[in-house]
Write a protein that binds this ligand. Structure first.
Ligand code: P1T
Length: 387
């Protein structure tokens, strides 16, 4: 079956007890057993819940994978991948990544005796150079948050040595546009809060793999640690994911038009979008992704005050963290999503105080461009002010 069919049907057979066409919200923490150890495959909802199981089957199928464990947040998913490691292990990390992931690695797992090397993974050779005898994991985002750089997943797969797992955070592309497992990744992580849920009304995460051993270890930790989504969250995420293909096509179409509009403005200093021919990795984006996604970052010309005034002047793009919902958002990475990265480190990576990130929604693109135009025009006099 094709992607859109699987999104709507996989894991979502009619309910065996009632025939309900839509998977019910099984709001139960526990299950009545016939005798000790005799049950219908369900014993306690931290361990297993039918609504969550349906979501897990749906999400696995979207990544063309065999196994999925769902979590209460993207960070819950990331944390569980880190639970597979032990003190003394080393991780190579693509340095352009979500600030919360950096915070988890640097503030939590360093204390547990795990070490990290941050590299510019846009150059795969940098990943190879950072590998050590005790490296157990390579952690990548592509496209990256917030600079929309790409990492060549197949090239990194080719250089990894035995015993090293490759995990790709596929949140920005979504499984509709990119399937890292097919390119050799061992594990895919999602913040399902974003495109998969798609409506900014639920927080969640997923760990997806084709490797039975990894899947079993992730399941063990899902139950042992307990960062599981409740049945209501699983239901909302599953409902959102049914329309992922439709939404992603619109997000990408709108983002492409927004990026081209911004690139044509002389008062916009920089535009980051993998679908622009001027993007340094445009060729890789065309090869590795089936579409360029819905995220666009920009630096308006002028000082920081201009960037801030521009963000405030927008009427349709809400100033908010997160991304991937049907509504457009604008985010200031330096002070919002990436505030946990020290300023010096942030700036070295290119996350300047004037960088803004757009999550381009699926409103009518003419309205979105009109909003961006009026916000640029009304702040134009600040563009020539000295930085
Ligand atoms: O917020 P949560 O569902 O826990 O997901 C964390 C996460 C993981 N990976 C990536 C690539 C992410 O972007 C995020 C969350 N990001 C934001 C909230 C944001 O606005 O960038």
């Amino acid at each position: 079956m094709k992607f859109s069919t699987r999104a709507i049907h996989t894991g979502q057979e009619a309910d065996p007890t009632t025939g309900a066409t839509i998977v019910p919200i099984y709001a139960t923490s526990t299950y009545t057993q016939e005798a000790v150890g005799v049950n219908k495959g369900f014993d306690y909802s931290r361990t297993v819940n039918p609504t969550r199981v349906a979501l897990e089957k749906q999400l696995a199928s979207l990544e063309d994978a065999a196994y999925c464990s769902a979590f209460s947040s993207g960070m819950g998913a990331t944390n569980t991948v880190m639970n597979l490691l032990s003190a003394g292990d080393h991780v190579v990390v693509g340095e352009d990544l979500y600030g919360g992931t950096y915070r988890l690695f640097s503030k939590v797992y360093e204390r547990y005796g795990i070490t990290f090397s941050y590299v510019d993974a846009a150059v795969p050779e940098n990943v190879r150079a950072a590998l050590r005898a005790n490296t157990k994991l390579i952690w990548l985002e592509t496209p990256t948050n917030p600079l929309l750089n790409l990492v060549d997943i197949a090239s990194v797969t080719a250089l990894k040595t035995a015993g090293v797992l490759l995990c790709v955070d596929n949140t920005f592309a979504s499984p509709y546009f990119q399937r890292p497992l097919a390119l050799g990744a061992d594990i895919v992580v999602h913040s399902t809060t974003k495109y998969i849920g798609g409506h900014s009304d639920v927080v969640g995460g997923a760990v997806i793999t084709n490797d039975a051993d990894i899947a079993q270890r992730v399941k063990f930790h899902q139950n042992a640690v307990g960062a599981v989504p409740g049945p209501f969250d699983a239901f909302l995420t599953m409902r959102g994911a049914k329309t992922l293909a439709l939404r992603m096509r619109e997000h990408a179409k709108n983002a492409g038009e927004v990026a081209r509009f911004l690139a044509g403005r002389s008062d916009v200093a920089k535009v980051y979008y993998p679908g622009l021919e001027s993007h340094p990795q445009y060729a890789l984006a065309k090869r590795q992704m089936r579409g360029f996604g819905g995220m666009v970052s920009l630096v308006p010309a002028g000082p920081v005050e201009r960037a801030m005034a521009f963000a405030r002047s927008l009427k349709l793009f809400s100033l908010a963290e997160s991304l991937g919902g049907v509504e457009s958002l604008i985010n200031h990475p330096a002070r919002m999503t990436h505030g946990s990265i020290p300023k010096e480190e942030r700036e070295r990576r290119g996350i300047t105080d004037s960088l803004l990130r757009l999550s381009v929604g699926i409103e009518d693109v003419e309205d979105l461009i009109a909003d961006l135009r009026q916000a640029l025009d009304t702040t134009a006099e600040l563009a020539s002010a000295k930085a």
